[in-house]
Design a protein around this ligand. Structure first.
Ligand code: NDP
Length: 281
């Protein structure tokens, strides 16, 4: 079996197009221009690329973006001051604080200053809690994108065994919640999980969000599984996923490539969340 490649770029393009249309409709109806503020602290090279891509995507979707770059020695107080200012600005509908923040800055404290209505990353405790409760909310972009990629295969999620490897607050946990909402039977694995391969090899849907280059091998995958690779591991200037692609594609039925799989969807969902925040404002 050779897996079909899930084309994240093409699916993301459709989501972005829809976000663009909604932003335009909102402007036509209310004169309101959708605006996203992006805050970046320090000069992490990977963050630079992400921020640049997000701003470019906003431009293409007719969403105004404002970027705020602060030096790496900016105090927590100053960052919070900026977030508070953006939060009370009625022309700003979404606020994104690019992570990671420099050492010594309490990320949680900063993220919690964004009001849940402007939290387009879906990281605020209120949004995370609402996701858990099954309430409508701004949902974390990467897991939302993964669900769209799984849906694009035409396979049913309901009743399937889904395994998420990774339990971070920004990917693993919200991913598991979304799969549960879609009636999958969900297992979350993490670094303390014993016999990981015996768990992953039962997964009809396998989501890898580990942050370790090519960690999931072909032998860990159930034949015919849908494999979603969230990992973005830079090594010698090249980007690698968490899944050993050449092995996995011989076992899986569908697989996302890295790059060109989950990454473009994360940005597309950010645009979607930003337009939603503006519509709700
Ligand atoms: P974190 O480092 O926050 O979380 C990694 C998770 O993997 C943890 O829960 C950890 O377990 C688990 N883990 C580590 N080692 C093992 C192991 N040996 N066996 C099983 N589980 C293990 O990473 P993120 O969730 O933020 O990101 C994961 C990956 O996804 C990264 O490569 C990141 O770059 C990428 N990413 C990609 C995005 C995209 O748009 N494509 C967006 C966001 C992230 P424990 O909790 O026990 O420590």
């Amino acid at each position: 079996m050779t897996a079909k490649i899930i084309d994240g770029k093409a699916i993301a393009a459709q989501v972005r197009q829809r976000a663009k249309e909604r932003a335009f409709e909102l402007f036509e109806k209310t004169g309101k221009k959708v605006r996203l503020a992006v805050v970046m602290v320090g000069d992490n090279p990977a963050s630079e690329i992400y921020v640049r891509n997000k701003i470019k995507a906003c431009e293409e979707a007719g969403i105004e973006s404002q970027s705020f770059r602060l030096p790496s020695d900016t105090s927590e107080e100053k960052i919070i001051e900026l977030v508070d200012r953006l939060d009370s600005d009625k022309f700003t509908h979404g606020i994104l604080v690019q992570l990671p923040l420099p050492k010594g800055i309490d990320e949680r404290k900063v993220l919690e200053r964004i009001s849940p209505q402007k939290d387009v990353d879906g990281f605020h405790a209120v949004n995370a809690g609402n996701l858990m409760l099954g309430n409508k909310c701004l949902t974390a972009c990467t897991p939302q994108g993964c669900i769209e990629l799984i849906r694009s295969t035409g396979a049913q999620i309901e009743g399937k065994n889904a395994v998420v490897v990774g339990r971070s607050n920004i990917v693993g946990k919200p991913m598991a919640m979304l799969l549960l909402q879609n009636n999958a039977t969900v297992t979350i694995a993490h670094s303390k999980t014993e016999n990981l391969a015996s768990i992953t090899s039962r997964a009809d849907i396998l989501v890898a969000a580990v942050g370790k280059k090519e960690f999931i091998t072909g032998a860990m995958i159930k034949p015919g599984a849908i494999v979603i690779d969230v990992g973005m591991n830079r090594c010698d200037g090249k980007l690698y996923g968490d899944v050993k692609f050449d092995e996995a594609e011989r076992v899986a039925s569908f697989i996302t490539p890295v790059p060109g799989g989950v990454g473009p969807m994360t940005i597309a969902m950010l645009l979607k969340n930003t337009v939603t925040a503006a519509e709700n404002a």
